[in-house]
Ligand binder design. Sequence first.
Ligand code: C2E
Ligand code: CA
Ligand code: CA
Length: 407
Amino acid sequence: MIERLMVKILVLDDEPFMLKLLARMLTNQGFTSVALCESGRAALDRVDGVDTRPNLILLDLNMPEMDGIEFVRHLVERNYTGSLILISGEDERMLQTVEKLVQAHKITVLGHIHKPVKPEALSALLEKWAPSSLDSPKAQKVYGADEVRAAISNGELVNYYQPKVTVATGKVAGVETLVRWRHPVHGIVPPDQFIGVAEANGFIDDLTRVVLTGALAQAKAWQEAGLTLRVAVNVSMDSLASLDFLDFVTGLTAKTGIPPQQIVLEVTESQLMGDARIPLEILTRLRLKRFRLSIDDFGTGHSTLAQLRDIPFDELKIDQGFVHRAWTVETLRAMYDASLALARQLGMEVVAEGVEDRDDWDLLLRTGCDLAQGAFISRPMPAEDLPGWMDVWQERVRTGFANDISR
Ligand code: C2E
Ligand code: CA
Ligand code: CA
């Protein structure tokens, strides 16, 4: 437990009694460097000090002067890289909301604890805390616009494919194309590290074209091998702001001979929405040409009821944040059920994303969700792995997942 001796912990609570109590619990668990602060001001002074900057803060949400949420905002401004445990007498729902809020700021939250604090609850959270989180968190490299632009033109982007399967039968209905950057030095780079750069610098369109071209070529190759799959591609709303895109998609489809019904365009709204009428026009025309339109990440800020009202989508993808563990978490379940019902009433096909385990899968089966996508079925893979994976999948379905290692 050498790590515990090296960890600097700060406890922030306006009640001196709570401070003492938490300090005792921490000491009993082997943490010796524990600083106690009664106000956000005092705590921030320690965060600012090179020698006093904590690796972990136990934060009371309800404080008279600076409340816990305001305190977090100051941590963000200071690029705090340590972890956080939230403590409050508020109800579970409220604590969950705050936890989400903090995570959105990219601060690691180990979890939350209700007052009165029980030593077991605290030690359970601290157990989860790997010593690696002692270092500043996995520094996600942010790539520059020039690097990303060069990657596109040098052909360093590769498509991975993740299956979408029919829940009732286990049949593979299609795949979603998810782009990766095969970086000459860093290896496979996930899209979150470069899509935003492409969007912000105005070349997401170029990226989409490369991905779409690859996906259609792949669809054709599968077709020729006797595999008819719907192929989905992610399209940022930005790309739908120019009429060129429509011509590009229809032209490419005609050239490869894949019927539009087999092509799914998964749309998410981007931050940089300009005139909303042009995307509306383009999407409607694509739909008239029988391309399938899918509203991605439904339930998150970027996909809204207004879009659902205005655009004739064929498919609704329930965001993974409302799917995994929806069988047990009441709030998630409410969102999941509502999204499913909404899609049903509008006659859309429903895809649940983020199906991570058998319990998630069973919920989909019970509630009659059409399609499933997620780690339980398969992570995204290179095209050449798909046939082999299909054999394994069919066997898993046939045996009712009886031989799965973990549940
Ligand atoms: P998305 O469209 O919501 O894609 C689903 C993401 O969830 C993928 O991450 C996928 O690998 C991941 N995922 C799949 N199953 C599970 C699961 O069971 N659990 C968890 N925790 N995650 C799962 P990925 O591939 O890193 O893509 C991230 C996002 O990048 C995508 O989110 C999409 O918004 C964007 N993206 C990917 N490819 C493209 C593209 O070609 N063009 C555009 N514009 N955006 C893309
Ligand atoms: Ca998607
Ligand atoms: Ca999604």
